[in-house]
Write a protein that binds this ligand. Structure first.
Ligand code: PNS
Length: 175
């Protein structure tokens, strides 16, 4: 059996393109459970993110600024290697619905095979957040729908600004 570390560090990985209220809920709950929580943004340009890495780091810092034990990091390569480098013994992931389960199980088992000493811990998304995803938020705002309450207000402002920059016009249909 492995002894419990004095300081339990958890890593919460994702693309966060952009952060949603579902992610924020998990960050808040994770910060209350672990001594330190590192929110780890995957550096993956193949996914052609809407927001560049620096901006995603900035957005996460902004929304997590009141949580002193939360840090923001980024990684390329294997998640478990970044966890080991950061001294994290836990990977934190959220599950929204049964449809998330298969993908999450696959990742958790692969990560355990790669580094058995790192445990994946799942938190169920709050019911108010169980349908929110970054992909759908981007789709809804692009098509002129309201995303109020789905992302933090400062992120909504950035999303609208980014769409304006992309299209040169206000696709949201709002003044
Ligand atoms: O935002 P997402 O899509 O939910 O995040 C997925 C993420 C970043 C957790 C996943 O793609 C990941 O861990 N990528 C790193 C590559 C890796 O370690 N792969 C092998 C184990 S599954």
């Amino acid at each position: 059996m492995r002894p419990k570390p004095d300081t339990v560090v958890a890593l919460y990985p994702g693309s966060f393109d952009p952060i949603t209220n579902g992610h924020l809920d998990l960050i808040q709950r994770g910060s209350a459970l672990f001594d330190r929580l590192i929110v780890a943004i995957l550096r993956n340009d193949e996914k052609r993110p809407l927001f560049g890495l620096e901006e995603r780091i900035e957005m996460l810092r902004e929304v997590a600024r009141d949580l002193p034990n939360v840090e923001i990091g980024s990684f390329g390569g294997l998640l478990v290697d970044y966890a080991a480098e950061s001294g994290a013994s836990v990977i934190l992931r959220g599950i929204r619905a049964v449809s998330d389960y298969e993908y999450e199980l696959q990742m958790a088992l692969m990560n355990r095979r790669l580094r058995p000493e790192i445990e994946t811990v799942f938190l169920m998304a709050g019911e108010a957040h169980s349908f929110i995803s970054s992909r759908l938020v981007k789709e809804v705002i692009r098509l002129g729908g309201s995303i109020g309450g789905l992302v933090p207000p400062s992120i909504e402002v950035r999303l609208k600004r980014r769409l304006l920059e992309e299209t040169g016009s206000d696709e949201t249909g709002e003044a």
